[in-house]
Design a protein around this ligand. Structure first.
Ligand code: GLU
Ligand code: ZN
Length: 297
């Protein structure tokens, strides 16, 4: 049984970087006779661009992706995130925090892999009355290890590498880390194939899965596409939207990027033939751990 997924954030149209994640997760699912589900991560309403979700669905369709079942929209799932947070609260694993960013920076003495570590202020003293409340999970002195199908053995000690992390923000939005765990479980995801920019988030997600009594999926983190300046391709780095007319050529470029060595004969082939080749020849062992060659855009 294999259930995979692609979970774009609708902050703009798909670009080469997001196409890489779509192709890798799709090929891995189809090669393993699995399902491939779609989820729109439109949780961060301020960052969500109106119409981008529909644009992405149209792009996927014209590129020839075939997804299974209905698309899940995170914007419609607050009640499920709320229930998960309540379950963690009942287990005394989370606590309210009213610290501002500045207060945390001024009082923190420890650094982790993502910057300052929350010093636990609100665990030790009463929270400020009438201040907006964020909810944090106690990170605990727990070592999370997992085997990534591409990146190999990964380990993190949550309290020294990350610190107590936010599950619900002070502005009322649920955090990505909580939503992704609730939704991967709700959709029955068995295999997560996504960009290596999320590798450092995975131990946080595995910890939540354990605390919520969910099974952890298998993980494979593909190399991240960068521009000539070494920046991850994103809307912020002005990655160009991919255009439908170039679908066949782009998919071949993505397969090349993913180390699959597409046959020369595919250069003039139809989309259908390219997908046939890609989903039958997909070999996750061939995917490189990192990619230093910038993508020409
Ligand atoms: N929505 C995330 C992104 O577009 C991906 C989340 C995931 O695959 O877990 O970067
Ligand atoms: Zn605090």
């Amino acid at each position: 049984m294999y259930i995979g997924r692609f979970a774009p954030s609708p902050t703009g149209p798909l670009h080469f970087g997001s196409l890489v994640a779509a192709v890798a997760s799709y090929c891995d699912a189809r090669k393993n006779n699995g399902q491939w589900l779609l989820r729109m991560e439109d949780l961060d309403k301020p960052r969500t661009v109106k119409g981008a979700a529909d644009t992405i669905l149209h792009q996927l369709e014209s590129f020839g992706f075939e997804w299974d079942g209905p698309v899940l929209y995170q914007s419609e799932r607050d009640s499920f995130y709320h229930d998960a947070l309540a379950a963690l609260k009942a287990k005394l694993l989370i606590y309210p925090c009213t610290c501002t960013r500045k207060e945390i920076h001024d009082s923190s003495i420890a650094f982790g892999i993502e910057g300052v570590i929350y010093p636990g202020t609100c665990l030790q003293q009463p929270i400020k009355p009438n201040a907006p409340i964020a909810w944090r999970i106690k990170s605990d002195n727990v070592k999370i290890s997992f085997h990534d199908a591409i990146q190999g053995q990964i380990s993190q000690t949550l309290n020294t590498d990350i610190g107590d992390y936010i599950l619900k923000r002070a502005d009322g939005l649920f955090a990505y880390q909580l939503a992704v765990v609730v939704d991967d479980a709700a959709q029955g995801i068995t295999h997560v194939v996504r960009g290596a920019d999320l590798l450092d988030s995975t131990p946080r997600q595995i910890y939540l899965q354990r605390m919520l009594g969910y099974q952890s999926p298998m993980y494979a983190h593909i190399p991240v596409a960068t521009n000539a300046a070494g920046e991850k391709l994103s809307k912020q780095t002005l990655a160009k939207a991919i255009i439908d007319e170039c679908a066949a050529e782009l998919i071949i470029n993505v397969l090349e990027f993913l180390g699959q060595h597409p046959e020369k004969t595919l250069n003039n082939a139809s989309l259908q033939d390219i997908w046939h080749w890609a989903t039958h020849h997909w070999d996750i062992q061939k995917v490189p751990r990192t990619r230093t060659i910038p993508v020409q855009l």
